[in-house]
Design a protein around this ligand. Structure first.
Ligand code: SF4
Length: 163
């Protein structure tokens, strides 16, 4: 997986104060996308151990609420293995920090894909789902750009009970 940026003390992409990983790779190509430079999965730089350490270091801070994965699409098929590895590490070290994932897929689409994707969802607390639809753009909606997108509290505890 490649990524473009890690932003810190972010208050726009999820609840609280967050560290945000902006991954490369997205196959949705939504009209009006704010980040088309992130569509190419080969763009940016490789997500390596030092990037992982940078995120972990940030999550150590008491005032940091959690981690947001955005992009690009963290659930672009070529990103899923590395995202799962990252979320397992975050869950092991910081089980009390929450994880938000932004994706162009709907939850229903993701529920019908391979086990790795379900394993990722089990380690996330909130999924902001669905493609950006320009005709449904609404700047008053918290955490999302268009009204078809949903902020779904999937919750790690709920998934674990049903696993
Ligand atoms: S899913 Fe997100 S990153 Fe991908 S094209 Fe749509 S708005 Fe852009």
């Amino acid at each position: 997986m490649n990524y473009h940026n890690i932003t810190k003390e972010d208050m726009l992409n999820g609840d609280g104060i967050r560290v945000v990983l902006w991954v490369a790779g997205c196959g949705h190509h939504c009209r009006g996308c704010q980040n088309p430079e992130t569509w190419d999965p080969k763009g940016g730089i490789p997500f390596d151990e030092s990037a992982m350490a940078e995120i972990m270091e940030e999550l150590k801070k008491d005032y940091v609420t959690g981690l947001t994965l955005s992009g690009g699409d963290p659930l672009y098929p070529g990103n899923r293995a590395d995202v799962l590895k990252l979320l397992k590490a975050v869950n092991d070290k910081f089980p009390d920090k929450d994880v938000w994932i932004y994706t162009g897929y709907t939850l229903e689409q993701l529920m019908c894909t391979e086990k790795d994707t379900l394993d990722i969802l089990k380690l996330a607390d909130v999924l902001v789902d669905g493609p950006y639809e320009e005709e449904k753009r609404d700047i008053n909606l918290p955490w999302r750009g268009s009204s078809n997108q949903r902020v779904i509290e999937i919750g790690r505890g709920w998934f674990r009970k049903d696993a």
